[in-house]
Design a protein around this ligand. Sequence first.
Ligand code: DLL
Length: 429
Amino acid sequence: MRSALRYWNPEAETMPRERLRLLQLERLRDRLAWVYERVPFYRDQLDKAGLTPADVRSLPDLGKLPFTKKGDLRDNYPAGLFALPLTDCVRVHASSGTRGKPTMVGYTRSDLAAWSDVCARAIVSMGGQPGDVIQNAYGYGLFTGGLGFHQGAELMGCTVVPTSSGNTARQILMLQDLGARGLACTPSYALNLGDTMREAGIDPTSIQLRYGMFGAEPWTDELRTQIEQTIPGLKAYDIYGLSEIVGPGVSVECSERDGLHVQEDHFLVEIVDPESGLPRPYGSTGELVFTNLTKEALCLIRYRSGDICSLDDTPCPCGRTSVRMSKIKGRSDDMLIIRGVNVFPSEVEAALLAVPDVAPHYQLVISRQGALDEVEVQVEALADSADLSARLSRQLRDVLGLSCRVTVQPSKTIPRSEGKAIRVVDQRA
Ligand code: DLL
């Protein structure tokens, strides 16, 4: 019998940190020269800062370079930040633009090969093995989730069932008939799928799911527990990524589920103060900033992700040597300030799901009364409970210092997700 793989790319995943740092520096210098020669935006940026690529002699020198922001991609829509003409790309993807135009990203054949490799590493890290059947319910299309996962799973010799998102009845049929061991989708959709199976009275032993590869939106350990209770036998793992940098596979949990390993040979990660942009030490919370170390088509330098978490470079028992990210707390632009209290939707999720009788479906509705922001937390109950709303209000006040109205809605009235869940409805003008 073939022994189980521990790593997909052992050389890259277990490289001693000193060697990894040297490799990162070499790749950083090479990519800086690449974009300086080919992308007018970066040439201008560096010229204005009085720098040339040769001025970066050590990794800390990276801090001298200006940031790239989402607005820069928008201003140069569709392909102004590409280092190669569109005709040299073999594929494009785009992230859903909530404000106007989407963000367009491009890939050469070599970019796709590197992306497939990091996705294969991620699948093995979450318990996948060559030969496994993997059902991929991330949306196929411009979104990077579907095709990103697909090519990684194919590369490692899995059998991919490309269901894409939605059509829950057909998803369940495929799970039963083809016996997938791995399920890839957003965590909110996994919960929706599990709930639907339970309501339909499906025998859990007719499903062979063992691992879930869930990401593309913030979620908490409390939601992880709920998903695992809803789909017995499945272990839920977190996978992170963003289209601007590549798509899924930038970082992923291992069997320890104690942070997400960043694929640092491809993505250089920093953590900065979201306000000042100054570097923050490992262990403290801040905004993730990524620099591509190997991309050809769209190679971003110091890209402000907007995602808030912390980094940890202590050794992991799994043997991978890369730095780990904590779960994402939220986005810098999703942080709510409700009567002076700063709160992320994920903190509300963790506090709510710690209370018995509350269903794992919720929405925060924000409105403005005069000069004050009001938040109404809408939830559904698992069982009849006259004082649920009062208990939840107390919990939010005690845990988060947040005073808000909690309304318990009739069952099934909070929209169920098929992709990224909408947790916040902002009614402010
Ligand atoms: O969501 C890529 C992806 C697909 C990741 C499938 C994982 C699985 P975008 O649509 O560009 O790309 O959205 C990127 O989603 O900046 C985060 O705010 C959020 N996000 C992605 N993964 C996670 C995660 C894909 N595991 C944006 N936890 C990112 C929290 C996540 N937030």
